[in-house]
Design a protein around this ligand. Sequence first.
Ligand code: ZN
Length: 314
Amino acid sequence: METPKTLMAAIQFFGDPDHALRYFASKRWPNGVTCPYCDADTPMFLQTRRIWKCRKCRKQFSAKVGTIFEDSPLPLGKWLTTAWLIGNCKNGVSSYEIARDIKVTQKSAWFMLHRLRRSMQDPYTGGKLAGEVEVDETFVGGKARNMHVAKRRKKIFAPGPHSKAIVAAVLERGGRVKAAVVSKRRKHQLHELVRANVEPGSALYSDALQAYDGLKDDYLHQVVDHAECYVEGQVHTNGLENFWSLLKRGLGGTYISVEPFHLFRYIDEQSFRYNNRKMTDAERFDLAVRGIVGKRITYDRLTGKEADGRTRVN
Ligand SMILES: [Zn+2]
């Protein structure tokens, strides 16, 4: 089934509930619809309600069952249009924009965006970074000094200049980025990020931060001292500088205030767009939709009342 090529086409296409269902079902069940409860094939399709009924276990199910859309009353078309927007808007898209564009409440839009971010969470199983790899870290977050003290306590969790959160990342030149929130800019945190994500023997470029000392045993580690210059031949971290500016533009402009707890989701979202930057909008959208199946997230889990199960570098 053809994927719409532009935002305008996507809005028009997914505005038709039959189109939206056919598209989503074709991604979810590329080999034909099967019952999510008992795996039986060829269920009956109840056209008027746009659901299926299993011939074996007799249960009824919609295309949303078992996906991040499960238990959402919002129509598939609105979900898919939102997935298009978040997959393709370079600087991200805010819940206020979604609320206005697809006519849902801002709270619903916020929840939709967070669920969709989860489906964008590292879809790669393909190994560690290799070749020429940059490592760097940066501070992100609100301007704490301008905040009311109670709000500041709530929003800021990591110490650092101006009490901002720290994000560290490794980037393979010409390839993927892997980024994470870290608790400190110390050896332990940064070495763990590098060792978990970069193939030993790779060329590794960083700035002169002392916490990177000690990686020479496993990597061809070269340092550029930013006090002296920013680029020394191949030795620079310009790839990550570019990624940081994309991330900060999104965080600063589009997402007016980000709770520290949710920061890693925005990082995942920006990483997803960055890592798939060579795809067309339609291809990137298809990939985001493939991540939707099987990644259910409840409101409790999303707001931290339930453990997420995700490994984080702390
Ligand atoms: Zn069944």
